[in-house]
Ligand binder design. Structure first.
Ligand SMILES: [Zn+2]
Length: 337
């Protein structure tokens, strides 16, 4: 790569130069997550994410013929406790019914507002209840107009760096799949593919206990442990275990940012980052950059971001990496001391 083309800096697919991303979501936000799931997350230092049925916050579940009826949804204080542990919270609708056009105000709009007031944080994720029926066009249009940044489906696939985010795929982490495609539990599911395509893998289950409440809707605590061990063993230093809010923020920052080469002083290169069109709700505004530089600069590199000197990491010969907060108009200068 020529050092003079302006192509000698690029944004990493994922934060810190990680190769792929792992997140996990628990639909319904049941209080019994504290029995096995939350302690496992603490043990492995992996953040989780709960999708709350907002109309039954803190209440005993009573919806249709749900396998989870009789269990309790988390209340505001329990959700705030999860936020303090680095977790995130999404809206899993108000009523868990099929959302008609007449219902979007309550299911998408009011549910978001009530949840935000309860936990004191903006809600940027909608998570489809039931099945992908609730990913209908009128629902996703409402998600956009009410200020969400992403919508989670029940499609078993990865999310790629180039994908749009109003159809986020999730991997069902279940003991077995529904007929006619029966299956056995696979702790490796989608990991190899995530490595190959630099994907964002998001697991989905409900509330792992000693045995699965429903084999088509959950895994067991032992299977959840096995999944975490497999993600970390296969991922090594290449996997970024991130709360969905942070991964989505990075994804949007990367898609939005434009890099312009501007005139620097002698012996340095200078770039300006533009973020025109970035949604104002994006909570985390960080990017990781890799820069191809002359070998001599690698001995004692100097990277200055908006006047602040950062320590650059040597990724491989002639390639430096930095991770930094970025605003619209941020200037990065690279050289040697
Ligand atoms: Zn649900």
């Amino acid at each position: 790569m020529s050092p003079d083309t302006g192509q000698d800096i690029r944004i990493c697919p994922w934060k810190y130069g990680k190769r792929w991303v792992y997140s996990i979501t628990y639909d319904e936000a049941l209080a019994d997550l504290h029995r096995f799931a939350v302690p496992l997350h603490e043990e492995f230092a992996i953040p989780g994410h709960v999708e709350l049925l907002v109309g039954q916050m803190g209440e005993i579940r009573e919806t249709g013929n749900s396998s989870y009826n009789g269990m309790r949804h988390m209340n505001a204080q329990e959700l705030r406790d999860l936020l303090a542990r680095g977790w995130g919270v999404g809206n899993h609708s108000w009523s868990h019914q099929v959302i008609t056009p007449e219902m979007v105000e309550e299911e998408i709009g009011r549910a978001k507002q009530v949840l935000e007031e309860a936990i004191g944080e903006p809600i940027i994720f909608y998570c489809s209840p039931g099945d992908n029926t609730n990913m209908a066009d009128h629902v996703l249009a409402a998600c956009r107009s009410y200020g969400y940044l992403g919508a989670m489906s029940l499609t078993d696939a990865l999310n790629r760096p180039e994908d749009e985010l109003f159809w986020i795929n999730r991997t069902a982490l279940h003991e077995q799949y529904y007929a006619p495609f029966f299956s056995a539990y696979d702790p490796f599911r989608n990991i190899r593919q995530a490595q190959a395509v630099q994907g964002w893998l998001i697991d989905y289950c409900h509330c792992p206990l000693e045995t699965a409440i429903h084999p088509n809707k959950d895994c067991t605590q032992a299977q959840l442990r096995q999944r975490f061990e497999t993600v970390l063993a296969e991922g090594g230093d290449d996997v970024w275990c991130a709360v969905p809010e942070e991964a989505l923020s990075y994804h949007l920052m990367r898609r939005t940012a434009r890099i312009e080469t501007v005139g620097g002083a002698d012996g340095e290169r200078c770039y300006k980052i533009g973020l025109t069109g970035l949604p104002e709700q994006v909570p985390d505004r960080t990017l990781s950059f890799e820069m191809t530089v002359p070998a001599a600069w690698c001995r004692d590199p100097r990277v200055d971001v908006d006047g602040q000197v950062l320590v650059a990491e040597l990724v491989r010969p002639g390639v430096l990496r930095v991770t930094c907060a970025v605003t619209d108009g941020t200037v990065i200068r690279v050289g040697q001391r």
